[in-house]
Design a protein around this ligand. Sequence first.
Ligand SMILES: NC(=O)c1ccc[n+]([C@@H]2O[C@H](COP(=O)([O-])OP(=O)(O)OC[C@H]3O[C@@H](n4cnc5c(N)ncnc54)[C@H](OP(=O)(O)O)[C@@H]3O)[C@@H](O)[C@H]2O)c1
Length: 283
Amino acid sequence: MHADFFRDKVIIVTGASSGIGLASARLFGSYGAKVVMAARRYETLLALAPSVSSDPDRVLCVRTDVAREEDCRALVEATVARFGRIDILVNNAGLSMRAMFKDLDLKVIKTLMDVNFWGTVYCTKYALPWLLEAKGSVVGVISIAGYSALPARAGYSSSKYAIRGFLDTLRIEHLDDGLHVMVFAPGYTASNVRRAALTADGSPQGESPLEEGKLMSAEKCAEYLAKGLYSRKNQMILTPLGRLTVWAHERFPRMVDRLTYSFVAKEAGSPFGKGSAGESQVD
Ligand SMILES: NC(=O)c1ccc[n+]([C@@H]2O[C@H](COP(=O)([O-])OP(=O)(O)OC[C@H]3O[C@@H](n4cnc5c(N)ncnc54)[C@H](OP(=O)(O)O)[C@@H]3O)[C@@H](O)[C@H]2O)c1
């Protein structure tokens, strides 16, 4: 069922060199889509491309720093030059952080907004005429932290809330144009995101406070993404804990603030609280 839907569709995936983006690119490739893989690590993309499609004519790698508007424009131009259309844009490239705002070098928030929010805005802006022509889909990969804020993630939560506001607006603007706009919120998913997360001075954290092997796999997350695209859902919130958090945050916000505070305080290496081993709610 999915395979027929995706066959020959032209799909751009940003952040396709790792984690959820790579798993999604591989899934779309296995369905017979023409996949455009975008990320900064171009050599990594080239090395991974055969795992997306064994046919080099059906996969294109484009070196892209989504924080640079010119790169996003060039990504769209390269896609159209090669495949002549764009059916789906998955704005997945993203960066996280972990530090208290009081300790934070402001460049960290700036970087997160540039990559997560502006990267989504730039790619969507340049791809939009093609997506409208195809009556296609634009997706923003946000997070449960884009519905219920996380302490020590001010830049991350802000950027994910902002993407949600942007895409929810875009959906209404194009209600009668056949454009599908989806906000996709994974829960904890095994990937490199926590190792790459920035600390207070902007250097990468280098390790994950969670046992990545116990989290949802990136492949499972990609399957949900494909389901959401196929069903043209407005939003998808993954994991029972993620859905419970969003539901409770709307109804009992003070209780959720308190619970979130104490969960994150117990995270390994947490910048506040005891920092003993434990699990936070969302990321
Ligand atoms: N894993 C989770 O628990 C989780 C939960 C909720 C939401 N998410 C979201 O899921 C998305 C994918 O993250 P992931 O978990 O798969 O993490 P990941 O394994 O660290 O992958 C992040 C991807 O983003 C790319 N990227 C980072 N900065 C970029 C930039 N400036 N320009 C272009 N590409 C850039 C990276 O590629 P290069 O380094 O090669 O550029 C990489 O391919 C993110 O938006 C993240 O916020 C993840």
